[in-house]
Design a protein around this ligand. Structure first.
Ligand SMILES: Nc1nc2c(ncn2[C@@H]2O[C@H](COP(=O)(O)OP(=O)(O)O)[C@@H](O)[C@H]2O)c(=O)[nH]1
Ligand SMILES: [Mg+2]
Length: 224
């Protein structure tokens, strides 16, 4: 009988990821730049929320890293608004990991930036597994997705520092059965420290509290 050699790919990948995440964190700390990992399903409103947040963050110098399987569409929106942006085209990978973020961050002038928003690949599963070295993990859940998603994708809700419930303008729409209180109760049972912000970028409802939270997060990093 011969010996079996086991190569545990997932363990190796996560160990490599954690080393790169530590380097990302050290670089962002040295530059006093706040790195925010924004995660959600496709279409939940990540790009819209980042744009609306940047519009309201007076005096904050911010850049964006975009993660997508393909295309430059989101990057083009930020570039058209003169926001410094780097696009990571994953070519199929369903999440960003720290070895992808590290070279992207090196292409931004972090010394001149208070914050970098990382728009992760649209997916409620894989991005939750990878620490990219961010100061905060923010997840979005849009009203049309339903308030049961916390039961189906618990890891994402467990690892996030903040949950932004987006598209609240649909709450009063015909047939809407989304219950923010029920969602909040389910999320807090998993993750008692998570901050929850119901917002609509269409109406501006809830944006002030959310932007205040982000502003304080950035301020705690930059010391401003
Ligand atoms: N009604 C409504 N639509 C929204 C809101 N936020 C985003 N959207 C729309 O949802 C769609 C997807 O938004 P986008 O920001 O591209 O989502 P992403 O794929 O997560 O980046 C777009 O058509 C947005 O205009 C919102 O607060 N209310
Ligand atoms: Mg987007």
């Amino acid at each position: 009988m011969s010996e079996i050699t086991l190569i545990d790919i997932k363990e190796n990948i996560l160990a490599d990821n954690d080393e790169a995440a530590a380097r990302v964190r050290a670089a962002a700390d040295a530059a006093r730049t706040c790195l925010i990992n924004v995660m959600a399903s496709p279409g939940a409103g990540k790009t819209s929320l980042i744009l609306a947040t940047l519009d309201r963050l007076a005096g904050v110098r911010a850049g964006v890293i975009e993660g997508d399987i393909d295309s430059l569409v989101d990057s083009e929106i930020f570039a058209s608004r003169a926001v410094p942006v780097v696009q990571i085209r994953t070519g199929g990978a369903c999440h960003l990991d720290a070895p992808m973020v590290e070279p992207a961050l090196a292409r931004l002038d972090m010394g001149g930036m208070d914050a970098v928003f990382v728009e992760n690949v649209g997916n409620l599963v894989c991005p939750a597994e990878f620490d990219i070295g961010a100061d905060a993990r923010v997840m979005l859940l849009s009203v049309p997705e339903g308030d049961d998603k916390v039961l189906k994708y618990p890891l994402m809700f467990s690892v996030s520092d903040a949950l932004v419930v987006t598209k609240t303008d649909y709450l009063d729409g015909p047939g809407s059965d989304f219950d923010v209180a029920r969602l909040t109760e389910r999320v807090r049972a998993l993750n008692p420290r998570i901050a929850v912000f119901p917002v609509s970028v269409r109406t501006g409802e809830g944006m002030a509290d959310w932007v205040n939270w982000v502003d304080r997060l950035i301020g705690s990093k930059t010391g401003l």
